[in-house]
Design a protein around this ligand. Structure first.
Ligand SMILES: [Zn+2]
Length: 496
């Protein structure tokens, strides 16, 4: 049985993780929890990219042994993911023996096949981006790195090995054409297709002067280029090449979630490596947008880093998870500010969702002694809305469209608040109208439904909601609220 296989990028063990990294990881976690909620088998991989010149330099600058440095960074990452309620199944580190073995196997296999060959590399390299560029690219960026703008390093005639990337251009174009979902979201596809159409150069995949990397089996004086090394992690973790059973239950990946700045590596270089190995390609690579601070990308090199811990001094981690996916579509760029987080908290969480819980709990307490009604029928208009939400959100989530899914869920919450205003349960109670049963049973149903369907997004908050509701039903299902059930209620969910 094939499991759903979801990955984040491997974060570079060079500096503190910030909200940009947390964004990709939260998204992958929400996806995993979503599928699990419906009983689907899922495997969620994250981890750390621990090789390369830049990491070596950072460790040395800090006066640390490099292995110690990456160990510390990996521990910090795990701590952060725990803090953010991330439920990964595997955390891979590229310095692990299992990964070294797979990378060396891949290299040897491609060398045998003739897709890796010996040559001489000469040209520009950016240590900060760990990326090779052409003279033309550097010239048009004023002599600096075309991506980060930093000074470029010239590599002088290094004896190297190359991957025959140029050979796979036509096959890549054909794959994009037949699998339009592979390049997601769709607006990022054109740039990739153009790049491949213009023709690909072979890629230098070894470094002569960099010692902190995986040594070449054929020539241990060289190490493997850090990107070639890192991309292979997705198949290492799936058990390639030796654990065939595990591998066939996971590969191909269903979705690689990546930031748009590394879309090229995942949609051009990575599939070409897989083609060379004769392996199936991932079904989807989703390149998400950037959070910006005053319209500048959040990043260490730009000096405007925000850590999730800073945001969570004021709010629980679930609020940040929610904000990430509710505030802007996953493929777009958006401005991050504490003011926006506060606004979202007040409007969506405290006012809409928190208020619904509070008023319904209060009424159940007053009218039925903190129980759901002993009798009654569900009001079909609201139950229909729940059904619609269930069907549409699952479709949105399969398209990695968190934004539309949450928008849909909030329409239901707003609808339920309006339903209270329109049906006026306090009048029905006063007039001893038996419709009160129907109205309150239906409202209780919305609480159960909402607590379940939000649990992938805000697992901690949902736990609290289940506490208020006296336990959970297991998955979101319309018209499932039991009658005459104790609803203990509890403290305000989102205090202002
Ligand atoms: Zn750069």
């Amino acid at each position: 049985m094939k499991k759903i296989y979801i990955t984040t990028p491997l974060y570079y063990a060079n500096a503190e993780l910030h909200i940009g990294h947390a964004y990709s990881t939260v998204a992958a976690d929400v996806l995993k929890r979503w599928h699990k909620m419906f009983g689907r088998e899922v495997f969620f991989l994250t981890g750390m990219d621990e090789h390369g010149e830049k990491i070596y330099g950072s460790a040395r600058a800090a006066g640390m042994d490099v292995q110690n440095w990456v160990d510390t960074m990996a521990e910090k990452a795990k701590k952060l993911w725990k803090f953010l309620n991330i439920s990964y199944d595997d955390f891979i580190r590229t310095t692990e023996a299992r990964h070294t073995k797979t990378v060396q196997f891949v290299f040897s296999r491609l060398l045998e096949k003739g897709d890796v060959y010996r040559g001489v590399y000469e040209g520009p390299y950016c240590v900060s981006c760990e990326s090779f560029y052409t003279e033309n690219q550097v010239r048009s960026a004023g002599g600096n790195c075309p991506d980060c703008g930093r000074p470029i390093t010239e590599i002088k005639r290094e004896d190297s090995f190359f991957f025959r990337l140029s050979k796979y251009g036509r096959d890549l174009l054909e794959y994009y054409e037949k699998n339009p979902e592979f390049l997601s979201p769709g607006d990022k596809a054109n740039k990739t297709i153009d790049t491949v159409r213009r023709g690909l150069n072979d890629l230098c995949i070894t470094r002569q002067t960099v010692k902190w990397g995986i040594p070449l089996p054929a020539d241990p004086s060289k190490t493997i280029y850090v990107w070639f090394d890192a991309l292979i992690n997705y198949i290492t973790a799936a058990g390639y090449p030796s654990d065939r059973e595990n591998f066939s239950s996971l590969w191909p990946a269903d979705c690689h979630i990546v930031g748009k700045e590394i879309f090229h590596f995942h949609t051009v270089i990575w599939p070409a490596i897989l083609m060379a190995l004769g392996l199936p390609l991932p079904k989807k690579v989703f390149g998400h947008g950037w959070w910006t601070l005053k319209s500048d990308k959040i990043s260490k090199s730009r000096g405007n880093i925000v850590t999730p811990y800073e945001v969570c001094e004021e709010f629980p981690a679930d609020v940040l998870r929610f904000f990430f996916l509710r505030e802007m579509p996953f493929g777009s760029d958006g401005a991050f500010s504490m003011d926006r987080v506060r606004e979202r908290y007040n409007s969506d969480l405290a006012n809409s969702l928190g208020n619904l819980f509070q008023r319904v709990e209060k009424m159940l307490k007053k009218y039925f002694g903190s129980k759901t009604p002993p009798a009654g029928e569900f009001v079909s208009a609201i139950i229909e809305k729940e059904r619609e939400v269930l069907n549409q959100t699952d479709k949105f989530m399969s398209e990695i469209n968190f934004y539309s899914a949450l928008t849909k869920i909030w329409k239901l919450i707003d609808e339920a608040n309006r339903f209270v205003e329109e049906t006026k349960p306090w009048v029905l109670f006063r007039e001893k109208n038996e419709k009160l049963n129907n109205v309150m049973l239906t409202l209780a149903d919305v609480l159960f439904f909402t607590a379940e369907i939000l649990s992938p997004f805000m697992p901690g908050v949902s736990e609290k909601m289940f506490g208020h509701l006296g336990g959970r039903l297991g998955k979101p299902s319309p018209a499932a609220a039991p009658k005459n059930r104790e609803i203990p209620g509890g403290k305000v969910l989102f205090p202002k």
